[in-house]
Design a protein around this ligand. Structure first.
Ligand code: PGA
Length: 252
């Protein structure tokens, strides 16, 4: 069985000192490499300081966002080239917090994906329905709208992306989606991929995100079609991040 992909999304948390403490604490846990394919996405200001310790543990580095532009007068933006130069190999794109707080559209996300692919960063494209959309039975329509523009890209581009299904109502709430909901959605996503790029339907990595904890990880990883997790709160402490990996390795 393939190792799970476990991506830490630290969001806007930690001081520089906390970052050093995190990597120090990692030394108390062994076998990182065997357990999972780990990725850490710190705030961009800390990327430089994370590169070396990540390398020691064979952990990949990722950005939490990327500019839709290549370079120039875009105050505050971080370009794909900059992420690449700092050693990133992944980048999260379209996280619901960016869609909701900053108003990012799916169209903008596609431009960001193009930028990421230009420098060979793996885009982790986040999709997910709101609570209302789930309540009103409109989750398929929402996911279709978020996914279709990606799936209309050529196979060689889509094949370089990972997809993270993150229902908005499960993020940071302590209330993860149920096994049944996750399996249904992941199967739906794979069926959409199958319609446009048959060869990618089985191989595309689809992660789940939303209140994944060490206690729930084992059961969630057993869900059909789940290749790993995008983890917020539980990735901030080394022991819970590590124990999510351990739980996955005990999952059948
Ligand atoms: P959470 O966040 O694990 O704290 O729910 C997940 C995410 O937003 O990626």
């Amino acid at each position: 069985m393939a190792k799970p992909v476990l991506i830490a999304n630290w969001k806007m948390n930690k001081t520089q000192a906390d970052v050093y403490d995190f990597f120090d604490a990692m030394k108390s846990f062994s076998g990182w490499d065997e357990i999972a394919e780990w990725v850490i996405c710190p705030p961009s200001l800390y990327l430089n300081s994370c590169f070396e310790p990540c390398g020691l543990f064979n952990i990949s580095l990722g950005g939490q966002d990327v500019s839709a532009y290549e370079e120039g007068a875009y105050t505050g933006d971080v370009s794909a080239t900059m992420l690449h130069n700092l050693g990133c190999t992944f980048v999260i794109i379209g996280h619901s917090e960016r869609r909701h707080y900053v108003g990012e559209s799916t169209e903008l996300c596609m431009e960001k994906i193009q930028q990421a692919l230009r420098v060979e960063l793996t885009p982790v494209y986040c999709i997910g329905e709101s609570f209302e959309q789930r309540q009103e039975g409109r989750w398929k329509q929402c996911l279709l709208e978020q996914l279709s523009p990606l799936l209309s890209m050529p196979e060689k581009s889509v094949g370089k992306c990972m997809i993270a299904y993150e229902p908005v109502w499960a993020i940071g709430t302590g209330q993860a989606a149920t096994l049944q909901q996750i399996e249904e959605v992941h199967a739906f996503i794979r069926s959409l991929i199958n319609e446009s790029h048959q060869t990618l339907a089985k191989t595309t990595k689809i992660l789940y995100g939303g209140s994944v904890k060490p206690e729930s990880a084992r059961a969630l990883f057993a869900a059909q079609g789940v290749d790993g997790f995008l983890i917020g709160g539980a990735s901030l402490e080394v022991d819970s991040f590590y124990n999510i990996g351990v739980a996955c390795s005990h999952s059948c």
